[in-house]
Design a protein around this ligand. Structure first.
Ligand code: DAT
Ligand code: MG
Length: 149
């Protein structure tokens, strides 16, 4: 099964949106297999956002993402990477469709509440950055027969 890395960003934690974000993914039918709260060090933040190094918004992005605790998660399911991207909405909340997480809870691009991996390859890299293999839990869910045909 495909896996993706999801992170409730510091603004999402401060605003009490952790439960809401987990709830949306749970209700959709995706399976939570890893979860932790942590505060990113600048080193870890720069690794996570390495592709954006050198861009004008990079320093602000690093200070925002390290400004408070985040909730890091691994979710599993069919096409979960693309599905989470759709459920989050566009990077800029002003452009995110109503009903998406960012389109419901966000206004500014630099406070867009949530992160989700943009491809299966990125997901693998991000999962490995945040979680050791022992921290990911594999388990059977009896309700899967009611979610997958
Ligand atoms: P996403 O988080 O949707 O994968 P991204 O990887 O392009 O978007 O950028 C990472 C984060 O950086 C994004 O969530 C918010 C910030 N960001 C991206 N583009 C920006 C811009 N033009 N101005 C300010 N912040 C930006
Ligand atoms: Mg990205």
């Amino acid at each position: 099964m495909e896996r993706t890395f999801v992170m409730v960003k510091p603004d999402g934690v401060q605003r009490g949106l952790v439960g809401e974000i987990i709830s949306r993914l749970e209700k959709r039918g995706y399976k939570l297999i890893g979860l932790k709260m942590l505060r990113l060090t600048p080193e870890m933040a720069e690794k996570h956002y390495a592709e954006h190094r050198g861009k004008p918004f990079f320093p602000g992005l690093i200070s925002y993402i390290t400004s408070g605790p985040v909730v890091a998660m691994v979710w599993e399911g069919k096409n979960v990477v693309a599905a989470v991207r759709e459920m989050m909405g566009a990077t800029d909340p002003q452009k995110a469709l109503p009903g998406t997480i960012r389109g419901t809870y966000g206004i500014d691009i630099g406070r867009n509440v949530v992160h989700g991996s943009d491809s299966p390859a990125t997901a693998e890299r991000e999962i490995n950055l945040f979680f050791s293999p022992e921290e990911l839990v594999t388990y059977d869910r009896n309700l899967d027969v009611w979610i997958y045909e």
